[in-house]
Design a protein around this ligand. Structure first.
Ligand code: SF4
Ligand code: SF4
Length: 617
């Protein structure tokens, strides 16, 4: 007899089941409602769009566990445990839903249990159960025995409770099934081909009396469902909330293009950036609920690695604690007890970020760290006029001279002397504009890149020109340093100029300029075809318009710039160029492509002093 159809002290099993179920679901929904209300305190996100992309990304990242699988290497099998547990649960959860929806608690499940569908499903669950147990066991060993630096401070009682529960839960399932088989409740379908593990375990009950097997079956049934309902409540009230929130977080992740910062409507905005937790938008708050706290982000962060105050995992965790602590008061209309900037997140943390995006690329659940940091910078700079001195000097230089390089003695066109390059003011009949950028024009060493690029374009017969003295900073440093007003001023000025000359295509050597012109200028009506010089030169070589005649016997490596690689997925063209030179031996850096280590200059850090820890570069 199914344990649910029995009576316990005169109370029908299904009554007990539904009371427990209602209690657990009630507690779960109460917490979800509370968290939803906190989240709705945030600002509206606006449109989402890209539904197909979002859904496919959710399937790949959440259900496929793609990020965890990508992290798997011969040396690092840490994420294997998570993959086993996640996949296992994705197999078990539909069963519970079917059980509940079809009326398991009313005894209707017995009908279900005798269908072929259930028979095959039982097989799949039977195989999945030991994998979940292995995953949980591996996670317990890593966290409590091996203790890698990433999990420092994560040996909490809460973590132990959930991991032990995750370990025991499939065990109770296997024994529930095993005792069921021993009692002769084998599902129909493939006759004697019963789920192998449960069947093997059922042999343990050979020789036991029917009544004791029935008692064991009853105990395992209730224990199993007890764990299911306990986990439902526990995850809602613990740090394991990510098991629910992360799915929605991936689905609602910021739309492409990657890494394009949200513009502020300067005319309508009443305040700038984020000073309070409720200044973040709802997706940014959902991020906080979704963090898996395994710290992939902190492992790849150059700021953390070089001893700065910033740790992206801690940033998210601290903001989450702040939201949960302040939430009840905020719902009643009160002011937060603690200042988010200063008391929860220090200015050192906010200024330590190079916006390299390594954290976001590594995050399995689409937590977006960079935009939160920039939002806090926006508030510091635009509302509180608080900015490190050197960065302030760079911003003032952009305002006064149109570039951030204060000490330069070069003019915008010195680098081009003797190359006879068209300037659009004299002749705008060009196929492509070479956007030189402030660094390429004014930083002495970088001018060599501009000269080399121009020479190659000329050698290939490309009809190009430059803006010369009319070129002004694209505004990227201003935007990353939090001065959105200055960025928008620069963007609008440049877009006006480019449109005036009828520019359609732009080539640039600067990864930051490339990202800004390509992905952020469209926010202000500047839609141009933007290509990186490595893409164009690789194409010219492929088309035979550029020939590499000399060989070079050198050992060469290539460093992936964050704004070219992680931001724009340009990994191969630069490598193709290096490899096109005969005699060159190319080796990869230990950290390369998506995992490339930041040079330390992004996010306005070219103009910020590094006082803490070691230098990133
Ligand atoms: S963007 Fe880079 S520097 Fe900033 S928190 Fe992420 S990994 Fe660290
Ligand atoms: S933010 Fe992402 S990568 Fe960092 S700990 Fe949370 S889930 Fe992991």
């Amino acid at each position: 007899m199914s344990p649910i159809s029995m009576s316990y002290l005169g109370i029908p099993g299904y009554v007990i089941f539904w009371v427990l179920f209602a209690l657990a679901v009630g507690l779960f929904l109460r917490r979800m409602y509370q968290l939803l209300r906190y989240m709705l305190l945030g600002q509206s996100v606006g449109g989402f769009g890209h539904l197909v992309k979002r859904v496919s990304s959710t399937i790949v990242r959440v259900f496929g566990q793609w990020c965890q699988l990508q992290n798997l290497t011969a040396k690092n099998r840490a994420s294997l445990g998570h993959v086993f547990m996640a996949w296992g649960f994705f197999i078990f959860i539909p069963f519970y839903l079917i059980f509940i929806i079809i009326g398991g608690g009313l005894g209707l499940s017995e009908t279900l249990e005798h269908t072929s569908f259930f028979f095959y499903y039982a097989w799949v669950m039977d195989i999945a159960a030991p994998f979940i147990m292995l995953g949980a066991l591996w996670a317990i060993i890593r966290r409590y025995v091996i203790r890698p630096p990433r999990l420092k401070g994560e040996q909490t009682f809460e973590a132990l409770v959930i991991l032990v529960t995750v370990f025991i839960h499939p065990l109770t399932h296997l024994f529930k099934e095993a005792t069921g088989i021993a009692l002769g409740y084998a599902p129909v379908g493939l006759g004697t081909h019963l789920p192998p593990i449960s069947q093997a375990l059922s042999n343990l009950f050979d020789g036991a009396s029917q009544s004791s097997i029935q008692a064991a079956n009853t105990a395992f049934f209730w224990a199993h469902w007890g764990f299911v309902l306990f986990v439902l409540v526990f995850i809602a009230y613990s740090r394991y909330l990510h098991m629910i929130a992360s799915m929605f977080n991936v689905l609602l992740q910021s739309p492409p293009p990657k890494g394009a910062l949200r513009p502020i409507d300067l005319e309508k905005a009443e305040s700038f950036g984020a000073a309070k937790i409720t200044d973040f938008n709802r997706k940014q708050l959902l991020d906080l609920y979704s963090c898996v706290i395994y710290g992939q982000c902190q492992e790849v962060c150059p700021a953390t690695a070089s001893g700065k105050a910033l740790n992206p995992k801690k940033l998210i965790d601290d903001l989450k604690e702040h939201l949960l602590t302040e939430g009840p008061g905020l719902l009643k209309g009160g002011a937060p007890a603690k200042a988010m900037i200063g008391e929860v997140i220090t200015q050192e943390v906010i200024w330590a970020c190079t916006t390299c995006r390594a954290c976001q690329e590594a995050c399995p659940v689409a937590v977006e760290h960079v935009e939160k940091i920039i939002d806090m910078r926006r508030n510091l700079v635009m509302e509180q006029a608080s900015i490190p001195e050197t960065a302030e000097g760079a911003l003032r230089s952009i305002e006064d001279r149109g570039h951030p390089w204060r000490g330069t003695t070069l003019s915008r066109t010195d680098w081009a002397k003797g190359l006879e390059i068209k300037v659009l003011a004299d002749d705008k009949d060009v196929d492509i504009l070479f956007w030189v950028g402030c660094t390429g024009a004014l930083e002495e060493r970088s001018t060599q890149i501009s000269r080399a690029t121009a020479k190659l374009l000329k050698a290939a017969g490309v009809n190009f020109g430059i803006l010369g003295t009319e070129e002004s900073c694209c505004g990227e440093p201003a935007r990353r340093l939090g001065n959105e007003y200055l960025f928008q001023m620069q963007a609008e000025k440049n877009i006006g100029l480019l449109k005036n000359y009828g520019v359609k295509r732009i080539v640039t050597a600067c990864p930051h300029g490339y990202h800004t012109l390509k992905n952020e200028y469209p926010q202000f009506g500047g839609k141009f075809e933007v290509i990186h010089h490595t893409q164009l030169i690789a194409r010219l070589i492929k088309e035979g318009k550029l020939k590499v005649n000399n060989s070079l016997s050198e050992l060469v490596t290539y460093h992936d710039a964050c704004y070219l690689g992680r931001y724009n997925d340009i990994y191969q063209p630069p490598r193709r160029l290096v490899k096109a030179i005969p005699g060159i031996k190319m080796v990869e850096m230990e950290r390369n492509k998506e995992n490339s280590f930041c040079c330390g200059g992004g996010g306005g850090h070219m103009w910020l002093e590094e006082h803490e820890g070691r230098r990133i570069n």
